[in-house]
Unconditional design. Structure first.
Length: 331
């Protein structure tokens, strides 16, 4: 295994961590936006209570992935931020608006009803941001973004405006909403947990439908991905494992074993991310930008890996302690 492949795996771990933590926060914001009925305010309050202690820390994983990208693969970073600067900028704006609106909503001195504009901005940006994040990741695999070794030769709308990319964005948003609903069955009182259980079951169905839709349009929208998912030796075992994780999540939700359902849905998300990484087959921006030709140099990667190892000594225990304090079971 080359040093470039090692750094790619490390970045993949960062993407998984971001999906499992910040992804659930985005999903909570989506439910915050669409909450309705007699329990709407209680649901919103429960979502805010669940997100408040950790939402800022969860974005450390996105920062980590971005820093590793421009450190280890500068050419790939340049291609991505040039060709996809519109959806990337919109996603970053969504992250900033979401965080600002959440803070203003929490600390505004007016009554809750007077903070409606902040609540709406928080929910809407929670929906829009994962749409664009999923769209960007899908655009990298379409094959429509071309690079001649020095310059991006395609326009600013290549890849990310395709049906494949748009459906992938919707799939990511649905997956994040599923994560949030399952997590909230554990973090809320029994009456609210029953409501989030129903939402989780519904989002599992929506996620499954969107997953099949993404696979269907990938035949034309991302042929290399479709080929990998349909003919690779790892494809069938991975797809069966993902399906089993989804069925396990449904079964555990149905029998109200919420703690185990949280583990099952986490495994489902991990398998989805792993499948995308394997389907890229060593490409960062298919087909021109690969792990080996994107400007990565051995000494730079070795230094980056050393810094990651040293930083993890501080980061991992700190995050563990944060979650233990604010998300652990009360004694």
């Amino acid at each position: 295994m080359t040093s470039a492949q090692v750094i790619w795996l490390v970045m993949g771990a960062g993407v998984i961590a971001y999906a499992l933590t910040a992804g659930a926060d985005f999903g909570g914001g989506i439910f915050h936006l669409f909450a309705s009925g007699p329990r709407a305010e209680r649901e919103r309050a429960a979502i805010e209570h669940a997100i408040a202690p950790i939402w800022e820390a969860n974005h450390v994983w996105l920062i980590f992935v971005v820093v590793m990208m421009f450190t280890a693969f500068p050419s790939a970073y340049a291609v991505m931020t040039t060709a996809l600067h519109i959806p990337v900028t919109l996603a970053l704006i969504g992250i900033v608006v979401r965080g600002s609106a959440f803070v203003f909503h929490a600390y505004d001195v007016r009554p809750r009803k007077g903070r409606g504009v902040y609540s709406f901005a928080f929910g809407l940006s929670s929906l829009i941001t994962p749409l664009f994040l999923g769209d960007v990741l899908a655009a990298l695999s379409t094959g429509q973004i071309r690079w001649d070794g020095k310059h991006v030769t395609t326009g600013f709308f290549a890849g990310w405006t395709t049906p494949f990319a748009v459906l992938s964005g919707l799939f990511v948003a649905a997956l994040f909403a599923l994560l949030a609903a399952v997590y909230l069955t554990v973090d809320t009182e029994p009456e609210l947990a029953r409501g989030f259980r129903r939402k989780a079951l519904a989002m599992e169905v929506v996620s499954g439908v969107l997953a099949f839709a993404v696979l269907f349009v990938s035949a034309d929208g991302a042929p290399r991905v479709y080929e990998s998912l349909s003919s690779s030796a790892w494809a069938l075992p991975l797809q069966l494992s993902t399906a089993l994780a989804a069925l396990a999540t449904v079964g555990l939700l149905w029998t109200r074993r919420f703690q185990w359902a949280r583990l099952a849905v986490g495994a489902q998300v991990v398998l989805v991310v792993v499948g995308w990484g394997l389907a890229m087959r060593g490409d960062i921006v298919a087909p021109d930008v690969t792990l080996e030709n994107s400007g990565a140099h051995g000494p730079a990667i070795r230094v980056a890996l050393t810094v990651v190892a040293l930083g993890s000594v501080l980061l991992v225990p700190s995050l563990w302690y944060l979650f233990r304090v604010f998300k652990g079971a009360p004694r």
